[in-house]
Design a binder for this molecule. Structure first.
Ligand SMILES: Cc1cc2nc3c(=O)[nH]c(=O)nc-3n(C[C@H](O)[C@H](O)[C@H](O)COP(=O)(O)O)c2cc1C
Length: 212
């Protein structure tokens, strides 16, 4: 873990259900001034699920489509040259910045993480950028958070979660809390995203805190 809040994040999304969690995470980092750079990677299956769950149409302007969705009317902060700090990288481009340990990425989140991507990460199969960047995170001893989503789990999934955790990843399953009584699905997903960010040293000012 860096001794400063992570400034350079890698966020990947894969073909598991839970696109609203990704949207809330991207909204939070886009509006968090501590985060300077986000490299965003979506697998082809991730794009398919985004289409099913958020009505995303194709890869064009993907980040903007996710951030300013038809259900979420939130203003999006941009840099002075009007570019989002979230830059998309192609999952096929194993020569992209985050494929190298020399690139100063601080932490990586896979949300949602399919059990297929979990399996590849847990077994060192780094044939696409998402798995390669995760592999680099582990070898460089940088935080890697895997928001795994499947139900029920078979023994292969459970073994792979163990293997990933044993290699240094945090298995952070897409299991939201209910004790703060979320008012909506977006509210539930936002609190979950805030928990992920707090885990990485980016606590969010408006997050729910349990009171004694
Ligand atoms: C609508 C939809 C929902 C899916 N939900 C899940 C899921 O929750 N978890 C999962 O592991 N796979 C799920 N899948 C299957 C994966 O997308 C599939 O195994 C894919 O090959 C994963 O590829 P990726 O890991 O490269 O993104 C879903 C597929 C679709 C079309």
């Amino acid at each position: 873990m860096p001794n400063h809040p992570p400034q350079n994040l890698t966020i990947a999304t894969t073909g598991a259900s839970g696109s609203i969690f990704l949207r809330q995470l991207l909204l939070a980092v886009e509006n968090d001034a501590r985060v300077q750079t986000v490299n965003f990677i979506a697998s082809d299956s991730g794009l398919r699920v985004l289409a099913e769950e958020l009505g995303i149409k194709g890869r064009a302007n993907l980040v903007r489509q996710i951030l300013v969705g038809e259900r979420t009317k939130t203003s999006v902060r941009t840099t002075p040259n009007n570019r989002s700090k979230i830059q998309e990288q192609s999952n096929a481009d194993i020569g992209a910045n985050v494929a190298s340990g020399s690139y100063p990425a601080d932490a990586m989140i896979v949300i949602p993480c399919s059990v297929g991507t979990l399996a590849r990460i847990a077994n060192g199969i780094a044939s696409h950028l998402i798995e390669r960047a995760a592999d680099v995170s582990l070898k460089e001893k940088r935080p890697l958070v895997l928001c795994v989503r499947e139900t029920p789990f078979n023994k292969i999934h459970i073994r792979n979660m163990y293997r990933a955790a044993d290699a240094g990843a945090t298995v952070f399953p897409l299991i939201p809390a209910f004790y703060y009584r979320p008012a909506s699905l977006d509210d539930m997903a936002r609190e979950f995203a805030y928990r992920v960010l707090a885990h990485l040293g980016l606590p969010q000012p408006n997050s729910f805190r349990w009171k004694d």
